[in-house]
Design a protein around this ligand. Structure first.
Ligand code: HSE
Length: 318
């Protein structure tokens, strides 16, 4: 262990960060939600080697870089280390629970878990919001400097994100009775590619209808009106039309989900995961299974998970 161990440091700390669903339909880059059940886990250890290094990654099929300058958990951890104790060395072990390039905020979850584990390792001097800049630094290397995944990954719940500083994160009400089936077909859609297909300009009329949908969505959250919420989520007239071609059988999958009792089916983040919204766990389960079966019938592997909004963001396990 390093000679420069902080007085209140631990020998190791382990943190979990949840998956996140960004955009929620029309709220491109400004709305995100943490979801239950899946996420990434990072364990940070003090060591003698200077800087931050990654010693082990599991669950990624060998795809993620051990290079600490290209790994989001390590970039976020390094920023936190620099802020708190630049004189100590840190080693990370990363357990990927999230599929890569899946639209579930995989890079953000690793960043948030890396930041929270490092903060806990070094005595927890930083608040959750003070970890935002470290997580954004990490996000910027892989998918752009937007906080609609790292915001909810850190804070939990549903978050309005109006910028990249802590004062731009606004937790929103979580209505009762919101269930999701998250269906991930086995196709990779890198965020950079999904952003490249977006229009550079939109007609005035689309600007008006998108603004209306976001406003309706906000009102629905505050009033707990689920019918209004799902109709607003389904009204993205700009991003989804441009991206749906990156996701095989998107229209058929949505029709299938609705036929099995779901109320909406949107692209989660940059895709390809579909976020199916249902009023009960049973209907989420049925529609998720039906959409999975659709993909399997077309020769495309797919998994689905039933989830709810995760009220808790990234946390250190004690
Ligand atoms: N808001 C982002 C997008 C989320 O849709 O591109 C993915 O990182």
């Amino acid at each position: 262990m390093s000679q420069h161990v902080p007085d209140n440091a631990l020998a190791s700390a382990r943190a979990f960060a949840p998956a996140t669903v960004a955009n929620l339909g029309p709220g491109f880059d400004i709305l995100g939600m943490a979801v239950t059940g899946i996420g990434d886990t990072v364990t940070a250890h003090l060591c003698d080697k200077p800087g931050t290094s990654v010693v082990k990654i599991t669950g990624d099929g060998g795809k993620l870089p051990l290079d600490a300058t290209r790994n989001t958990a390590a970039i976020a951890a390094e920023c936190v280390r620099q802020q708190i104790r630049p004189d100590v060395g840190i080693e990370l072990e990363i357990e990927k629970g999230l599929p890569l390039a899946s639209g579930l905020g995989s890079s953000a979850a690793s960043a948030a878990a890396g930041a929270v584990a490092t903060n806990a390792l070094l005595g927890n001097p930083l608040s959750q919001l003070e970890l935002l800049s470290a997580c954004l630094e990490a996000e910027a290397t892989v998918s752009g400097r937007h906080a609609d995944n790292v915001g909810p990954a850190l804070l939990g719940g549903i978050v309005l994100v109006t910028g990249i500083t802590p004062d731009c994160l606004f937790p929103l009400p979580i209505p009762d009775g919101l269930y999701f089936a998250l269906v991930t077909p086995d196709v990779a859609v890198p965020t950079a590619q999904a952003r490249a297909v977006l229009p550079k300009e939109v007609p005035f009329s689309k600007m008006v209808s998108q603004t209306k949908a976001v406003a309706q969505l906000m009102y629905a959250l505050y009033s707990g009106n689920l019918d209004l919420l799902v109709s607003a989520m389904a009204e993205d007239g700009i991003i989804e039309p441009a991206r749906q071609y990156l996701i095989p059988y998107f229209a058929l999958a949505r029709d299938t989900a609705l036929a099995y009792g779901a109320k909406a089916c949107i692209i989660s983040g940059a895709g390809p995961t579909l976020c199916i919204v249902a009023p009960t766990a049973e209907l989420a389960e049925k529609s998720g299974a039906a959409v999975q079966a659709l993909y399997l019938a077309h020769g495309i592997g797919a998994i689905y998970r039933v989830a709810q909004v995760a009220t808790r963001g990234a946390y250190a396990e004690t």
